[in-house]
Ligand binder design. Structure first.
Ligand SMILES: NC(=O)c1ccc[n+]([C@@H]2O[C@H](COP(=O)([O-])OP(=O)(O)OC[C@H]3O[C@@H](n4cnc5c(N)ncnc54)[C@H](O)[C@@H]3O)[C@@H](O)[C@H]2O)c1
Length: 366
């Protein structure tokens, strides 16, 4: 198969759909790979790295789309890319169709084969192509939280690890899923006192089993949340209700109960956030302050660490990309039920029911 790796053109996106290691695997399997010039630069991969792995470098995005049977990328296509997609061309990337009617209509019109990373689902119901980005965001939440706890950037002025003779900072983690566990682990590693809340006892038992004794678990309810926000320095929002808006576990009135300079990193911002006062921010302007509480709520946290995120993402996408290239999309989806769940739009037809539901469409627009 002819596989194309375009450069991401969405604002501030430095990740790339495939590393030179991925190119090497595809070429080893007798596929031809075309990479747009400088596509991997933002993630620390240069044209010569791709060439050494067996890729051919093309100058423009138009050339990459025109020659490829399958495009592997990171973000959903933006308007400038819509018309580049051809009938029957496989596009393997994050799409998040339910959040954009314009994108959905454009992909129906272009008649490509849209396979969305975010809906590939394994037998346990987990989303293997989303997990690595939650891992990155969870770990990064502590890094960012620690920074914004510093006084010059309006935080309380607390060092999370403390020092000999001074108690460590306190971190409250809401949700013991992928984000929550990674955040708890990083905070514990810095020496902070960590409290993890969840409503799922299995998750709390797991955290209790694997974490050191300065990570404590409690059941998540309003009473416990109100108790803990008064004396924790950093609060991490890592709650998810699948397919729904995150619940507002921290309401506006609760901000007044927190000490000035408390920092909230609401990682769940992409699902509306688990704090009533959360609104999406960007890496250029990541924080705002309400009632002396610092809010950090960047919606694409992994985008700030593309060298790590690109490798984490492509580690999990490559086996599927390889399967698609080796077998073609129909046979690959027939053989692999997880990959089949990734099929969203096939040659103009919506095959993922939730997209139609999101827009109230009974039938796909063909
Ligand atoms: N901002 C970013 O850049 C970024 C990056 C990656 C993921 N995310 C988001 O982070 C959120 C968490 O993702 P995840 O992969 O950790 O999800 P996950 O499903 O692994 O974990 C969510 C956890 O929340 C728990 N939960 C549900 N209701 C709760 C409640 N009332 N109190 C406490 N816990 C509760 C669940 O039991 C589960 O353990 C998602 O919204 C995800 O989209 C954001």
């Amino acid at each position: 198969m002819i596989v194309g790796i375009p450069k991401e053109i969405k604002n501030n996106e430095s990740r790339v759909g495939m590393t030179p290691a991925g190119v090497f695997e595809l070429v080893k399997n007798n596929h031809k790979v075309y990479v747009q010039s400088d596509a991997g630069e933002g993630s620390g991969f240069y044209n010569q790295d791709y060439q050494k792995a067996g890729a051919v470098i093309l100058d423009t995005i138009g050339q990459v789309y025109a020659i490829s049977e399958m495009i592997v990328k990171v973000k959903e296509p933006i308007e400038e890319e819509y018309n580049l997609i051809q009938k029957g061309q496989i596009v393997f990337t994050y799409f998040h169709f339910a959040s954009s009617e314009a994108l959905t209509k454009a992909m129906i019109k272009q008649k490509g084969i849209c396979i969305a990373y975010e809906t590939v689902e394994d037998e346990e119901g987990t989303l293997p192509l989303l997990t690595p980005m939650s891992e990155v965001a969870g770990r990064m939440a502590i890094q960012q939280g620690a920074r914004y706890l510093e006084k010059p950037v309006k935080g309380r002025g607390v060092l999370l690890g403390g020092v000999p003779g001074v108690a460590p900072g306190r971190v409250l983690v809401l949700g013991a899923g992928v984000v929550g566990i990674q955040a708890a682990k990083m905070a514990a590693g810095l020496g902070a006192h960590v409290t993890v809340l969840d409503i799922n006892m299995k998750r709390l038992r797991y955290v209790n089993d694997v974490m050191p004794p300065h990570v404590v678990t409690e059941f998540s309810n309003e009473f416990n949340i109100r108790k803990h926000i008064k004396n924790h320095d950093l609060i991490i929002g890592g709650v998810l209700l699948k397919g729904a808006k995150a619940p507002n576990l921290i309401t506006r009135d609760m901000l007044k109960e927190m000490r000035p300079g408390t920092v909230i990193v609401d990682v769940a911002v992409d699902q509306g956030g688990c704090v009533e006062t959360t609104r999406p921010t960007t890496h250029e302007d990541p924080i705002y302050i309400i009632d002396d509480v610092v809010h950090y709520s960047v919606a694409n946290m992994p985008g700030a660490v593309p060298c790590t995120s690109t490798i984490a993402l492509t580690n999990v996408t490559l086996p599927y990309a390889l399967k698609l290239a080796n077998l073609g999309w129909e046979a690959a989806c027939e053989k692999d039920a997880s990959l089949k769940k990734g099929l969203n739009i096939v040659e103009g037809e919506i095959v993922y029911q939730e997209i139609k539901e999101a827009f109230g469409w009974e039938e796909a627009i063909v």
